[in-house]
Design a protein around this ligand. Structure first.
Ligand code: SF4
Length: 174
């Protein structure tokens, strides 16, 4: 109830943007669903943009229109909800989805991303994800990948999508 009151207070003055950082943490799924529904209704009522910060892909699917996937403080993939969920490109995004339980195949094993998050004050060279990436190539530890656009809004920061690697078929097909 306190969480609902805080969200209602934040929206009552019709802000142009509301930043919601893990707004449903520590709530059980029933209350979480109610709070998300309330946020959606208030957002529409007050015409407020909302920046949702969460590690919960279920919440993202429920409430977001556009998604930025962040690793080590950097956006590694950005796109519409559909781009990210149906046309995943970055190995880290793929790893996040592979870490979720598969409700259709109860015998399927979870596939966690290997290794640990790096120390933010001592990031690996090149692509900071390279020590954990199943697709890492020589260039990955040497050069930080730039943005590569897949459509007008969907971009990925990954050497896999350099023209040469696309020609060689080193891309994720999900
Ligand atoms: S740039 Fe290389 S290490 Fe980084 S995510 Fe892409 S393939 Fe993996």
């Amino acid at each position: 109830m306190k969480q609902r009151v805080v969200i209602a207070i934040a929206l009552a003055c019709s802000p142009q943007v509301l930043i919601a950082d893990e707004p449903t943490t520590a709530l059980d799924v029933t209350i979480q669903a109610q709070v998300l529904e309330m946020m959606k209704n208030l957002r529409e009522k007050y015409h407020t943009s909302m920046l949702m910060i969460t590690h919960d892909l279920g919440i993202v699917a429920e409430i977001c229109d556009a998604v930025s996937v962040i690793y080590a403080g950097r956006i590694v993939e950005h796109g519409s909800l559909e781009d990210i969920f149906e046309n995943t490109k970055h190995p880290y995004t793929e790893g996040l989805f592979n870490s979720l339980p598969n409700l259709e195949d109860r015998k399927a094993k979870l596939k966690p991303i290997k290794g640990l998050m790096p120390d933010p004050s001592n990031l690996p060279s090149g692509c900071p994800f390279h020590p954990r990436c199943d697709y890492a190539m020589d260039i990955c530890s040497k050069e930080m990948p730039g943005k590569i656009f897949r459509n007008d809004v969907h971009y990925v920061a990954c050497h896999l999508y350099n023209e040469n690697n696309i020609k060689e078929g080193k891309v994720i097909n999900r």
